[in-house]
Design a protein around this ligand. Structure first.
Ligand SMILES: Nc1ncnc2c1ncn2[C@@H]1O[C@H](COP(=O)(O)OP(=O)(O)O)[C@@H](O)[C@H]1O
Ligand SMILES: [Mg+2]
Length: 432
């Protein structure tokens, strides 16, 4: 343009005349009407909005702190445990530990919202050890139904499968973010359960060199960052990671971590330590005969952080999991109770299913015991119970719906042990 004189224009807002060198001096300008807002006014509006936003965040926090009073009042540890009791047989100590962990998690949150004294109550992440099918995953999933904070389960063994160092660990936080309906603030106070945690152990324990097992070591290092409290960055679900992809950032400082696993073989590590200590106070004193190996249960309850280290978990991670919680192997009586007592017990489920076809399901007491014994043979704890019953029930569930006549289905020990056909009898007096 020949005319290089800068133009002047009036801001419609502050009415000042603004010298316009470029569009940034008058960011809003409508040539048709002459309506304009100068950069100073926009700055001020921005500042005003920022302040307001900060106030709302503060108010939201206070609001949440008030909600926390209610949450605390209705989530006392004994109440949480009573809820877990409805679903999970035995494992009393684990239930207590988890109930306290959750309650304390709420208390820490309240403290941090209402006190600004610089004092911070440290969180107590939990590690659960127990044989396959003893209720680790079931405990946590029932616990999650009761929680007032977001909760997400991530299978730690899936983190290793991808194989590259640390890259996939954010998935655990991403799962939590989605469990929190994409509310970052909520996600930052959630609970993450890492299942199958033993699968990330270095393959041959402490004396293995790092280079021999790079994947697991890498995953552990990445998990450690998360456990220590760090800002974890990830992309939205379904979005591939590339430099321009927008990322979501979640601070894990206040996230409670619970990890669980079977730690198959850790009993040998514990036995070895107890033997080496050589004292008669070790398990040797408690075991009557020399060739009688102490049971998994006897040993697992004596687990110490150094055993986990020898198992192949790096010490820094163990240090971040101060609460060690061991679960017991379920014996025949426990399995028997699992079949019938919990709110969602397998037997209750089949009763309900058959009732919809006017059939009354009855298990003979020795039949249930036979199911429990079969499950013990399979060595997968309560996990195989449902499958064992399902096997026998298949024919029944196929045949019963053929008619609407009220009937009784009786499952005997013979059905369980030898595959005999369950007895089906009409219910007397109900026949038309
Ligand atoms: N102590 C228990 N009380 C009630 N049900 C149980 C118990 N332990 C396991 N179960 C049932 O057995 C199945 C497998 O248990 P799970 O929690 O997955 O075992 P794991 O300890 O290997 O994680 C689940 O369906 C669960 O409901
Ligand atoms: Mg499990």
């Amino acid at each position: 343009m020949p005319n290089s004189e800068p133009v002047k224009h009036q801001c419609s807002f502050c009415k000042r005349m603004v010298t316009v060198h470029n569009q940034y001096d008058l960011p809003i300008y409508d040539p048709a009407t002459g309506f304009a807002i100068c950069r100073n006014c926009i700055r001020e509006i921005n500042h005003f909005l920022d302040e307001h936003d900060q106030e709302t965040v503060h108010e939201e926090k206070l609001d949440f702190a008030r909600q926390l009073d209610e949450i605390l009042a209705k989530n006392k540890p004994h109440v949480i445990k009573a809820f877990l009791d409805k679903y999970i047989i035995n494992q009393d100590r684990a239930k207590k530990i988890l109930s306290v962990a959750v309650y304390n998690h709420y208390k820490r949150m309240k403290y941090s919202y209402t006190h600004k004294d610089g004092m911070e109550i440290e969180k107590s992440n939990v590690i659960m050890l127990g044989p396959s099918g003893c209720g680790k995953t079931a405990l946590v999933s029932h616990l999650s139904q009761l929680l007032d904070v977001p909760f997400a389960v991530t299978d730690a063994s899936s983190l290793t499968e991808a194989g590259f160092v640390g890259a996939d660990v954010e998935v655990a936080v991403r799962n939590l973010y989605y469990a929190a309906d994409r509310n970052i603030e909520k996600a930052e106070h959630g609970i993450i359960y890492l299942d199958e945690f033993d699968k990330i152990a270095r393959k041959s324990g402490a004396n293995n060199s790092i280079t021999a097992d790079p994947g697991h070591e890498g995953v552990q290092q990445a998990l450690l960052k998360m456990l220590e409290g760090n800002v974890v960055e990830f992309t939205a679900r379904g979005q591939r990671k590339h430099p321009e992809a927008p990322t979501i950032k979640v601070d894990t400082t206040n996230i409670l971590f619970i990890v669980g696993g079977a730690f198959v073989g850790i009993e040998d590590v514990i036995a070895k330590r107890l033997n080496q200590s050589g004292s008669s106070i070790g398990f040797g004193a408690e075991v009557a005969s020399k060739d009688e190996k102490p049971s998994y249960d006897e040993l697992i309850h004596k687990v110490r952080p150094e055993d986990l280290m020898h198992y192949g978990i790096i010490p820094e991670i163990i240090g971040r999991l101060p609460v060690i919680c061991t679960l017991e192997t379920l014996d025949e009586d426990a399995l028997l109770r699992i079949l019938t007592e919990p709110v969602n017990a397998p037997v209750k489920q089949y009763e309900k299913l058959l009732a919809m076809d006017h059939a009354k399901l009855e298990f003979a007491e020795d039949a249930l015991r036979a199911v429990a014994q079969k499950a013990i043979e399979r060595k997968t704890g309560a996990r195989s119970l449902k499958g064992i019953i399902e096997d026998i029930m298949l024919d029944i569930m196929f045949d019963i719906p053929r008619s609407d006549e009220p009937r009784k289905v009786i499952i005997t020990k013979d059905c369980i042990e030898n595959g005999a056909r369950p007895e089906i009898v009409p219910i007397p007096g109900s026949a038309e």
